[in-house]
Structure formats: structure tokens, C-alpha cells
Design a protein around this ligand. Structure first.
Ligand code: SF4
Length: 283
């Protein structure tokens, strides 16, 4: 059923993902290049830390898809070796060093799991709607936990970066809150707990939302989406690059060194030096 807007005209829900909303908040210029400019500007080279993260995520997802009897730590290591993405590393030696590091972390992480504890979803796409947005996203793992009071769905997100996230990161994550809301609505079960599992350190940052805190995140998502929708309209209604630049200002800072579109952004280049593709790896 379409939503009614002004003058009884059907108003389209704004389709979005948490990543899209985050991109707008981080830098409107980067948002434009990622989601609106077509053809999209050429991105910089792949990042080794992203390759490592994707390799680990794929191995863990593949592990849960194995038959129960095959889910042991060596199987996770084999999956990682087979699916290793070697892009972005300085050379084969560096790639191999980080493969070995990743093997250790995956083996350690999987050793602490109960393979029989079947998740409710692995890399599961969930979606939900409000009066103004249709938001969707993919959850790394959706646990179906046994608690004294019954069963509860828990959103699990894997992290492989250098710094372990803390409780504040978990509590303030728009993406995790939207995943929890969407998972709860799709599966019609309570889902208020979100966790960040940092594989390099083994630390887990956890937060239990309330319906109110989830509602606040949802309203924030709607507000950000409304800004995106306005900006998208402005973009569609002009083909003058200068005006598009005004509607999508560059938010330059130290982070520009990591931006995929730095080569197309004078402000970002002036903000600091480019990072090498392997600079995001742990030393
Ligand atoms: S280089 Fe910086 S300012 Fe430019 S698009 Fe990227 S994040 Fe934005």
C-alpha cells in the first residue's frame, strides 16, 4: 500500500541501508560518488584490511553452512585458506603473514563456539519499513540464544579491525539497532541485544536495547534518510557539477586518506596524505 504524500499523491518510501545513511553522515561528497554519480567514479585500489575482513567473514559464514559433524576449528581454517583474498597487500610475504594471523584468530574464535548452537541466520538479509523509509541490511549472524526466561534473538557483527569496539560503539551503532528492529519484525520475536565480536582480541562488546532506544535509532534513521532524499532530488534536478558540489559538500579530515574516492576530490587530497592499501592492517 503506497504512503500518501501531499495532494493525495503516493509518496515513495525511501529505500536505504545503514551503510548508505552512514555514508551521508560521514561525507555528503563521498555519498554522492558512491550512490548517485553514474557511471560511478573509479575507486582507488582495494584495501588489504577489507580483504582480510571479507576473508574472515566468508570463512565464518561458510563454517556455519557445513554439516554439523564437520564444524570444527580446522574446518574454519581450511575455509579461510581456500577463500583468502590476497588483494591490497604489499606483497605475497605480507599477505601470508596476515593469513597466518587470521588463521589463528578464526581458529581461536571458532573453538569457543558450540557448533550445535544453530544460528537463526547467517549473513541474513532483513528489512523493515516505516511510514517514510524501507531499510534493509545483512546481519553477519543472528543468534537464537537460550536464556532462563526463554529464547532471544541476538544480532552479532564480526569485527577484524585494529581497535576493539566498546560498549559505547555497540550502543550507538545505527546499523546494529536497525538490524535488531528488522530481525525482530521479520521473525516476530524479541530482538533487542546487539553484539560486536572483535576477533583479533576475542572481546565482545554487548548492548541490550529497549524498545525506546530502538525507536530513537529508527527516528534518527528516518531523519537522515529525509536529508538523503532531499539531496538525491537536488542531484537529479541539476546537471551542473558546481551546484552538485554545493549540495554535496566535502567533509574533509584525516579520514580522507582512507577514502576510495580521494583521487576525485581536491578537498580530500588537501586534507592529508593518501594511505597505502595495507596501512590499515595491524602491524
Ligand atoms: S576525500 Fe574526504 S572529503 Fe573527499 S569525498 Fe572522500 S571523505 Fe569526502
Amino acid at each position: 500500500m503506497p504512503q500518501l504524500g501531499f495532494d493525495g499523491m503516493p509518496r515513495r518510501l525511501y529505500p536505504c541501508t545503514p551503510s548508505r545513511l552512514r555514508a551521508w553522515l560521514d561525507c555528503p561528497r563521498r555519498y554522492r560518488m558512491s550512490y548517485l554519480n553514474r557511471p560511478a567514479p573509479l575507486k582507488g585500489p582495494p584495501w588489504a584490511h577489507n580483504s582480510l575482513g571479507a576473508s574472515v567473514h566468508n570463512a565464518l559464514a561458510g563454517w556455519w553452512r557445513l554439516p554439523l559433524a564437520e564444524r570444527d576449528p580446522p574446518a574454519a581454517v581450511r575455509l579461510l585458506e581456500r577463500g583468502w583474498i590476497p588483494e591490497g597487500y604489499a606483497d605475497g610475504v605480507q599477505s601470508l603473514r596476515h593469513l597466518n594471523r587470521a588463521k589463528d584468530m578464526v581458529e581461536r574464535y571458532v573453538s569457543a563456539l558450540d557448533p550445535a548452537d544453530e544460528p537463526a541466520g547467517v549473513e541474513r538479509t532483513v528489512a523493515t519499513k516505516t511510514e517514510s523509509i524501507a531499510v534493509s541490511g545483512r546481519i553477519d549472524r543472528l543468534d537464537d540464544r537460550r536464556l532462563p526466561a526463554g529464547r532471544e534473538l541476538v544480532v552479532v557483527d564480526y569485527k577484524t579491525g585494529r581497535t576493539a569496539p566498546d560498549e559505547q560503539d555497540t550502543r550507538s551503532s545505527l546499523a546494529l539497532a536497525l538490524y535488531a528492529l528488522a530481525a525482530g519484525r521479520v521473525l516476530r520475536r524479541p530482538c533487542v541485544t546487539v553484539e560486536l565480536h572483535h576477533l583479533p582480541s576475542g572481546q565482545i562488546a554487548r548492548w541490550e536495547h529497549t524498545p525506546e532506544s530502538l525507536g530513537r535509532h529508527l527516528r534518527r534513521a528516518e531523519d537522515i534518510a529525509a536529508e538523503c532524499a532531499d539531496a538525491d532530488e537536488r542531484f537529479a534536478s541539476t546537471d551542473e557539477p558546481d551546484r552538485a558540489d554545493v549540495a554535496f559538500p566535502a567533509r574533509a579530515g584525516a579520514w580522507c586518506g582512507w577514502c576510495d574516492f580521494r583521487a576525485h576530490c581536491a578537498e580530500g587530497q588537501a586534507a592529508g596524505p593518501a594511505r597505502r592499501p595495507w596501512d590499515g592492517l595491524a602491524s
